[in-house]
Design a protein around this ligand. Structure first.
Ligand code: FES
Length: 319
């Protein structure tokens, strides 16, 4: 998605240890493209890396976007640039919002689970659900109070009674996520966002409890860790032309195709956003993304060429 929207950084604030929020408005004022809870925008960070950030404000606002950024000490520098180099009054290039984590449009109960910076889309959902009079429960897990972004906002919201905060360093606040799931209706939609380990634990427990897969919704912020030691080369066939492209062991499909002059839209290049999703017509993908669901991965008819590879000697791509 193009970064063709220019916005002004109206306000920057420290929300917690290592977490800054940014309020973005249209240059010259006026409305911004609308969004639904769970949506995110792509942001070109100073230095050029493009990163996805969930919109964490009130989607009914219409005039501003709010994002919150966790400083990733071991990242590639996108979040550090947002913290260190973006100031109030700066202009940022962003994409229009898009939503890969939308709330279901039915009457089933809703359970919102946030781990750390995963609060961002969950917060927007809670605000919207309250406004629409829909019942929900929210559990927000963090390491400690000082790393809990939007703690005061959650505590003073008119939906505060629906939210519980749990801190690793406070035994009295802790709860096993299995208890949370057991207390919820097994018909509930579960929305979980946060670090991969947190999401995987929630989904694992829910699946153990035979939760229906279509009621489990998750959004990863970071790529899953993959052992690349055993990577081997393979061929990609471009279905429209029959051209065969050799993918070396140490290069991604995306970068190899780009070098060969074949354009594939991409954004995060980490298997998180789904922008590069490409149909697979033949062959077996080796999925390394955190975007597709396990069922979608098992079908094997699409993959993310920015990070995924092949289990078969060749993949035929619908390009
Ligand atoms: S570019 Fe984001 S998943 Fe491939």
């Amino acid at each position: 998605m193009g970064l063709d929207l220019q916005v002004l950084v109206k306000h920057k604030a420290v929300e917690a240890e290592g977490i800054c929020s940014f309020e973005l408005v249209a240059i010259g004022g006026g409305p911004l493209p609308p969004y639904e809870p769970g949506a995110h925008i792509d942001v070109q960070t100073p230095g050029g890396l493009v990163r996805q950030y969930s919109l964490c404000g009130d989607c009914a606002d219409g005039q501003s976007y709010r994002i919150a950024v966790l400083r990733e000490a071991n990242g590639r520098g996108g979040s550090q640039a947002m913290h260190d180099r973006v100031r109030e009054g700066d202009v940022l290039s962003i994409s229009p919002p898009r939503n890969l984590f939308a709330l279901a449009d039915d009457e089933a109960p809703i359970l919102l689970l946030a781990g750390g910076i995963g609060i961002t889309p969950i917060l927007s959902m809670a605000i919207d659900l309250k406004r629409r009079g829909k019942a929900f429960q929210m559990h927000y897990f963090t390491r400690n109070r000082s790393r809990t972004a939007f703690r005061d906002l959650v505590g003073s919201a008119d939906w505060a009674s629906c939210a519980q905060l749990h801190h690793d360093d406070d035994a009295s606040s802790q709860i096993d996520v299995r208890e949370v799931l057991a207390a919820a209706s097994s018909l509930a939609h579960v929305y979980v966002c946060g670090p991969a380990g947190f999401i995987d634990a929630v989904l694992g427990h829910a699946r153990d409890m035979a939760w229906p897969e279509d009621r489990l919704h998750r959004e990863y912020f970071a790529p899953v860790a993959v052992d690349t030691d055993g990577d081997s080369p393979f061929d990609v066939v471009i279905a429209s032309t029959g051209r065969v492209i050799h993918i070396p062991a140490n290069q991604s499909v995306l970068s190899t195709l780009t070098s060969a002059g074949i354009d594939v839209m991409a954004s995060c290049e980490q298997g998180v956003c789904g922008t590069c999703l490409t149909r697979v017509l033949d062959g077996t993908p080796d999925h390394r993304d955190s975007y597709l669901t396990p069922d979608e991965q098992a079908r094997g008819d699409q993959f993310t060429p920015c990070c995924s590879r092949a289990r078969s000697p060749r993949l035929v791509l619908d390009l």
